[in-house]
Design a protein around this ligand. Structure first.
Ligand code: GDP
Ligand code: ZN
Length: 460
C-alpha cells in the first residue's frame, strides 16, 4: 500500500527536507509539503484513519519494506492551514543522522522530491501565505544573532514592511486620482489649492521614502554587525583591549612595537548590538615595508568602519594620527581610551581630541571595562540612524526598489512644479507604484526570485 508519485508534474511534487540541523540531536524534524502528505501519513504510520489535523500523533515509521525505522511524532496540516499553504506533514524521529537518512531515502522511494533551498518559504510566498518581505524575514530571523536584529526580523515577519508599502501605495494612488481628475479637463488650469494638495503630498512621500531607504544602513549594521576598528600607536594596548573585550587571547600581545600586522577580527555584543571588532596594525612611522602595508590597510579599513576605539598610552606623548583617519573620527563614532592608568607616569589626556568621549582604563588590571561598555552602548544608541516610529527597516533589495520609486517621484514632482501635462506626471507615479510593489513581491522576475530563495538553507 505504498504511495508512488513518480512521474507527477513538478507543480504537484511533494517535497521533503530535514528542517533541523544535521547531526545528532534529541529529536530531528523532517518536513513534507505537497498533495501526497495525507496518503503518505497513512502509509508510513500504517493507519486506516486519516491523521487529525494539527495534532501530534505518536507512531512507528514503517518503510516500504515493512521495516519499522523509529518511533516518531507525526503532525499533519491540511491544505490552506499550513506554513506553505499546501498539505504538510512533519515527522519528528530521534535525532540520529542514520535514522533521518533511512526516512529520507524511504520518502524519496515513495516519490517525494528533495526540497530546493528555501522552497518551503517560496511555496508559502507563491500561495499567498506571505509577501516577499515576510519570506525574506524568515531567513533573517533564522540568521539573527542579536536581540535588535531578532526584533526587526520578527516585525518584518509580521508584515511591517508590507503594511508600509501598502500605505505608500494608497497615498500615491490618491495623488494620482487627484491628477487624473484633471486629465479629463486638460484645457483648464489646475486651481491653485488643488495643485498644492498633490504637490505637497508628493514632497512628503519623497521625504518618507528617502528616510526609509536610509534605514537600510541600520539593517546592514544589524545583520553584519557594527564594524569597530581599534586604532592607536604600537604598544598602547590595542591587542590587550580586544582580548579583554572578547575574553580570549585572539590577538598577539607583546612588548615589541608593531607586532599586530595581520587583522584579527572577532564578534562580540554590546547590549543588544552585534559588534565586529578589528584589531589593527599600530599607527606610527613605519620601520619597514610590511609595517607600512599594515598601516595603509588600517587607513583603508577606516573608510568603511562604523565605529572607532582609539587607544592611547596615558604615560606616553599623544600620537599624531594620519589626517585621512582624523577626519573620520566624530564624537558620535569614536571613544578615546586612555590606557595604562595603573602606571606611575599616567597623565590625564582629556585635552587630546577634546570633542571626543574619553574613558580611562588599565587593561592590565582589567579596570574601566564596564565604563567603556556603558559609554559605548550610549554612543551606539545615540548615533545610529534608528528607524522611524513604525520600526520599519528595509534591506538592500527593498532599498534598491525604493530608490527607483524615489527617482520616479522626483521626476513627477519636478514635472508638477513645471506645469507639465498630468498624463506625463501620472506615468511617473505609476512607475513608482510598480517599484514599491516589487518590495513585497509583485514581480514577474523569476530570476530575481530564484536568486533570493537560493540564499535560504534547505528545509526552510
Ligand atoms: P598593541 O601593540 O597596541 O596591540 O599593545 P598590546 O596589547 O600588545 O600591549 C603592549 C604591552 O603593553 C604589553 O606588554 C601589555 O601587557 C602592556 N599593557 C597593555 N595594557 C596595559 C595596561 O593597562 N597597563 C600596563 N601597565 N601595561 C599594559
Ligand atoms: Zn597589537
Amino acid at each position: 500500500d505504498s504511495v508512488n508519485l513518480a512521474g507527477i508534474m513538478p507543480a504537484n511534487d511533494t517535497i521533503v527536507a530535514l528542517s533541523s540541523p544535521a547531526g545528532e540531536s534529541a529529536i530531528a524534524l523532517i518536513r513534507l509539503s505537497g498533495p501526497a502528505c495525507a496518503e503518505l501519513a497513512l502509509a508510513i504510520t500504517q493507519r486506516s484513519k486519516p491523521l487529525k489535523k494539527r495534532f501530534a500523533h505518536f507512531a512507528n515509521y514503517t518503510d516500504q519494506q515493512g521495516v519499522q525505522i523509529d518511533e516518531c511524532v507525526f503532525t499533519f496540516f491540511a491544505e490552506g492551514q499550513s506554513f506553505t499553504g499546501e498539505a504538510m506533514l512533519e515527522i519528528a524521529p530521534h535525532g540520529n543522522p542514520l535514522i533521518v537518512q533511512k526516512i529520507l531515502t524511504d520518502l524519496m522511494a515513495r516519490g517525494c522530491r528533495p526540497a530546493e533551498p528555501g522552497e518551503f518559504t517560496r511555496t508559502a510566498f507563491m500561495n499567498g501565505r506571505m509577501d516577499l518581505s515576510q519570506a525574506e524575514a524568515v531567513s533573517d530571523l533564522i540568521r539573527a544573532r542579536s536581540d535588535r536584529s531578532l526584533e526587526v526580523a520578527q516585525r518584518q515577519l509580521h508584515g511591517s514592511v508590507g503594511r508600509k508599502m501598502s500605505e505608500l501605495t494608497e497615498r500615491l494612488l490618491s495623488v494620482m486620482a487627484h491628477l487624473e481628475a484633471y486629465i479629463d479637463f486638460p484645457e483648464e488650469d489646475l486651481p491653485g489649492e488643488d495643485q498644492a494638495g498633490p504637490a505637497s503630498e508628493l514632497r512628503q512621500l519623497i521625504v518618507e521614502i528617502r528616510d526609509l531607504i536610509e534605514t537600510q544602513r541600520y539593517s546592514a549594521l544589524l545583520h553584519e554587525g557594527i564594524k569597530t576598528l581599534i586604532i592607536g600607536e604600537p604598544n598602547v594596548g590595542k591587542s590587550s583591549l580586544i582580548n579583554a573585550l572578547t575574553g580570549a587571547d585572539r590577538s598577539i600581545v607583546s612588548d615589541i612595537p608593531g607586532t599586530t600586522r595581520d587583522y584579527i577580527s572577532a564578534f562580540m555584543m554590546v547590549g543588544p548590538w552585534r559588534i565586529e571588532i578589528l584589531d589593527t596594525a599600530g599607527l606610527h612611522e613605519a620601520g619597514d615595508k610590511i609595517e607600512q602595508l599594515g598601516i595603509d590597510h588600517t587607513i583603508e579599513q577606516a573608510e568603511t568602519a562604523d565605529f572607532f576605539l582609539l587607544v592611547l598610552d596615558a604615560t606616553a606623548p599623544c600620537p599624531t594620527l594620519p589626517e585621512s583617519l582624523l577626519e573620520r573620527l566624530t564624537p558620535a563614532n569614536t571613544i578615546v581610551i586612555e590606557n595604562k592608568t595603573d602606571l606611575a607616569g599616567a597623565a590625564e589626556r582629556g585635552d587630546f581630541l577634546p570633542g571626543l568621549q574619553h574613558v580611562r582604563t588599565s587593561l592590565l588590571e582589567r579596570k574601566g571595562l564596564a565604563e567603556l561598555r556603558e559609554v559605548w552602548l550610549q554612543s551606539i544608541d545615540a548615533s545610529l540612524t534608528q528607524p522611524q516610529g513604525d520600526g520599519v527597516v528595509v534591506n538592500a533589495r527593498h532599498a534598491a526598489s525604493l530608490g527607483e520609486a524615489l527617482t520616479a517621484l522626483e521626476l513627477a514632482s519636478t514635472k508638477l512644479r513645471d506645469g507639465e501635462l498630468s498624463e506625463l506626471i501620472a506615468a511617473d507615479l505609476r512607475d513608482a507604484v510598480e517599484y514599491i510593489g516589487q518590495v513585497v513581491g509583485r514581480v514577474d522576475n523569476e530570476r530575481m526570485l530564484d536568486s533570493l530563495f537560493k540564499q535560504f538553507c534547505i528545509g526552510k
